[in-house]
Design a protein. Structure first.
Length: 225
């Protein structure tokens, strides 16, 4: 491989001293999951409030407000949930990782169903509420999906591969990949590089092994991707 030089202003930020122990990671993930569940309960509460407000609709804004607060709570809850799954990855890929998207559907679909099947409602009100509820549903689901889901198997495999590197790796500010070689050609272009443990990389959403220096290519070939 041709020798390449790192940019001269490159900064490597060492965050290894902030690494959590396994029990600290588990408890941090647990707290985040509890916060997420509380926020989802409040979101469902807003949905119920929106249904009640809609049933005795006189003015529109309280119902709209309930829907918007519902959406905000769902979106914030899902960010806590996703972060927890990256700190302490679940065993299954789909169900637990995408639980936020499921909760977002639950926080809007029943309201929309009740809205659409209701008669004797001012058609103008109905139209506005349908549009707002649909937008809230789409935004909440879209922002609740984990587009980079990880399982405990992914982390176990990464930890195993990192053993030869002291369990440490490198990553750039804007990339999904982690690297074992700080001078990896794909890292040399980055102005800021972080140096931490493999668990920290996962926590930061760096879950993709670099094709050049972290065996990503072999892993993808083995998994038939
Ligand atoms: Zn690399």
């Amino acid at each position: 491989m041709a020798e390449r030089k790192a940019r001269e202003d490159r900064v490597i930020t060492d965050i290894r001293d902030q690494a959590k122990t396994e029990s600290q990671r588990k408890s941090a993930a647990r707290s985040k999951r509890i916060v997420a569940i509380i926020l989802w309960i409040l979101a469902i509460g807003c949905e119920v409030a929106a249904v009640i407000l809609f049933k005795k609709l006189v003015v529109l804004w309280p119902c709209l407000l309930a829907l918007i607060v519902d959406a905000i709570l769902c979106i914030v809850a899902a960010q806590f949930w996703k972060k927890a799954n990256h700190i302490d990855p679940p065993a299954g890929k789909f169900w637990q990782n995408q639980f936020g998207a499921f909760m977002a559907v639950l926080a809007f679909a029943p309201f929309i169903l009740i809205l659409l099947t209701s008669k004797d409602v001012d058609p103008k009100f109905k139209k506005i509420l349908t549009v707002v509820a649909a937008l809230c549903l789409v935004a909440s689901v879209g922002l609740s999906i984990d587009y980079n889901p990880v399982t405990i198997d992914d982390l176990d495999e990464a930890e195993l591969n990192a053993l030869g590197y002291g369990g440490e790796c490198y990553w750039a500010r804007y990339s999904k990949s982690y690297h074992f070689d700080p001078d990896c050609p794909t890292l040399l272009r980055s102005k800021e590089v972080f140096h931490g443990t493999i668990e920290q990389a996962f926590e930061e959403g760096r879950t993709d092994p670099c094709d050049f220096c972290a065996g990503g290519k072999e892993q993808k070939e083995n998994s038939g991707e």
